[in-house]
Write a protein that binds this ligand. Structure first.
Ligand code: DC
Length: 228
């Protein structure tokens, strides 16, 4: 659809709908979607599998610097496959445990530096929509379009709760809400590249929007910035 090199940066807290919205927008625009959270989850999973605490900066540095947690994202039929040491871990990283480990390991500079470089290399090569926590502020600071997604915590917890039920789990809603609040706090108060809206990002609150309305709101912004 677009001949231009599209760079769309999307940030937001857990449960704001980033991943599913970006997937759908990417499909409609025929561009790639890079889910950067998946890459942090892969490092979190590497820590778990190596028996390393996701809070142990020294051991994590060793893991990253000695090439024991090689992360990559490749595409098959336009869908992202997340690799850890050349093995597809796209499903294994979707547990709550991997999510919490990702949130912990993402506090450390050594992990961020490694993954940000990878993400920038992928963005140089093709049009994409990239979602995460620091895309508009750090990874693609010159992206012509930046969107900051929000939704109130209860709505986000409800979405997360529903997703988990769809996956066959039977989670307690209050626990899901607590977990989400813990991650919000961890992601927005960490010292390095915390979750925050870039000054030039457009804020989009999806609390009262349907999925389709949210998709349309993003596509309208794409048209405004890049033309029809
Ligand atoms: O989007 P997600 O829940 O899959 O992300 C998992 C964790 O990774 C999240 O708690 C914070 C971290 N993360 C990050 O620090 N920077 C990003 N660009 C993406 C995710």
């Amino acid at each position: 659809m677009y001949k231009k090199h599209l760079q769309i940066a999307v940030d937001g807290p857990v449960g704001s709908g980033k991943t599913s919205l970006c997937d759908e927008v990417a499909k409609r625009l025929n561009i790639l979607h890079l889910d950067t959270g998946a890459m942090y989850r892969a490092v979190g999973l590497a820590a778990i599998r190596n028996g390393i605490s996701p809070d142990d900066e020294e051991q994590l540095s060793r893991l990253c610097l000695e090439g024991l947690a090689l992360v990559d994202a490749i595409y098959k039929d336009n869908r992202q496959i997340t690799l850890l040491n050349n093995v597809d871990v796209s499903d294994d990283i979707r547990t709550e445990e991997a999510g919490l480990a990702a949130s912990s390991v993402s506090r450390f500079a050594v992990v961020r530096k490694y993954l940000v470089k990878l993400q920038q290399n992928i963005a140089d090569k093709q049009s994409l929509i990239m979602d995460g926590r620091d895309i508009g502020t750090v990874v693609l600071p010159h992206a012509p379009l930046k969107i900051f997604l929000t939704a109130n915590p209860r709505v986000r917890a409800q979405r997360r709760h529903k997703q988990l039920i769809e996956k066959g789990a039977n989670p307690d809603f209050e626990l899901v809400l607590q977990d989400l609040q813990k991650r919000d706090l961890q992601d927005s108060t960490r010292k390095i590249d915390p979750l925050k809206k870039a000054d030039d990002a457009i804020a989009l609150d999806t609390s009262d929007l349907s999925f389709e309305q949210s998709v349309q709101a993003i596509i309208n912004e794409v048209k405004r910035v890049y033309g029809e």
